[in-house]
Design a binder for this molecule. Structure first.
Ligand code: DON
Length: 316
């Protein structure tokens, strides 16, 4: 078992055979779990896919399996919008959204009433609606701005939003409609509910592959600086805080279990993607559409567990 041998020092770690080994080890999990079907368009994605990519701050890019096949990033987009909203509104954002794990499913309504329309954190759906509202208020072309942000971070100008996925989610979006109306009733949305949801569905409908995603999260591994453009995306302090929120809230009511197994700041999406950050070292993205009962990729979580155990690259 590769996990039983001590990891090499970082500079000598050869990630290529490790990724091949992981792809072979997770085979039994690929195709298991449930492909998200509450967004009709996502139900059509074949379940038997697995891809993984690692992008390191010392310039290495490694991949295995279906790492270049694009998928719907869904909630992973909440990290990009949180970054943009923090830059737009600064720390005032924390008056409108909290930063505690919810311990509840990502689309839950229950805490919102007791907590007066202030969502627990920006990575659950309710929190992402407030974040979307902040971005809409800060830019006339919020969608265009988000796309440019994601294209610059991934160094891939071909990244797009899939209008069919956005439309398909809107048609079936009873939960999100309820959440956004409820938040608005507390006065915590400035823009019309329809506009907030339209932006939110489009951010979730961004299509990227594992290579794009690993590259695009490098600014969070790199104290806020984009590795390829050299641009300061966010301050080191904010990069630290976003990583902390990913660790405690990025996988919803499975965040404790995820920290236990993987031990990295990470964000998942119901499209089956998960991106994780090793601060000061690398970003790693996995994709496999079969989900566990909390909405996280089954094979993806298993792959990240093996990755951190084998390489010793975890925050713990
Ligand atoms: O709003 C929704 O339900 C989806 N657009 C996103 C949810 C999601 O990705 C949760 N992830 N695990």
């Amino acid at each position: 078992n590769l996990c039983d041998t001590p990891p090499a020092p970082l500079a000598d770690q050869d990630f290529a055979p490790i990724l091949d080994w992981i792809a072979a080890e997770v085979r039994p999990w690929v195709g298991r779990g449930k492909v998200a079907d509450y967004i009709p368009r996502l139900a059509e994605v074949p379940a038997d896919r697995f891809g993984m990519a690692v992008a390191t701050l010392d310039g290495r890019l490694l991949q295995v399996g279906d790492a270049e096949e694009a998928f719907s990033i869904q909630s992973i987009s909440k990290v990009f919008t949180l970054t943009m909203a923090l830059e737009a509104l600064g720390n005032e954002l924390w008056n409108r959204v909290g930063r505690e794990p919810s311990g509840s499913p990502y689309n839950s309504l229950v805490q919102l009433e007791r907590e007066h329309g202030i969502p627990r954190n920006p990575l659950i759906n309710a929190g992402a609606h407030v974040v979307a509202d902040v971005i809409l208020s800060s830019d006339d072309d919020a969608r265009g701005r988000l796309l440019s942000f994601v294209r610059a971070r991934s160094d891939d100008m071909a990244v797009e939003m899939d209008p069919e996925v956005a439309r398909s989610e809107r048609v079936a979006g009873y939960r999100n409609t309820a959440l956004a109306n409820f938040i608005r009733s507390f006065g915590n949305l400035d823009n019309p509910v329809e506009a907030v949801l339209d932006f939110y569905y489009h951010q979730c409908a961004i299509r990227m592959n594992c290579v794009d995603l690993a590259r695009s999260f490098l600014y969070l591994a790199n104290r806020g600086r984009c590795q390829h453009s050299g641009e300061v995306v966010i301050s080191p302090e904010r990069a630290k805080r976003i990583n902390a929120i990913m660790l405690t809230c990025g996988t919803y009511d499975a965040a404790g279990e995820f920290a236990f197994r993987v031990g990295l700041p990470a964000k998942s999406g119901v499209g089956g993607g998960i991106v994780a950050v090793v601060p000061n070292v690398l970003a790693v993205a996995v994709w496999s559409p079969g989900l566990d009962d909390k909405g996280n990729s089954l094979a993806g979580a298993q792959a990240l567990d093996l990755f951190t155990t084998r390489t010793g690259l975890s925050v713990f």
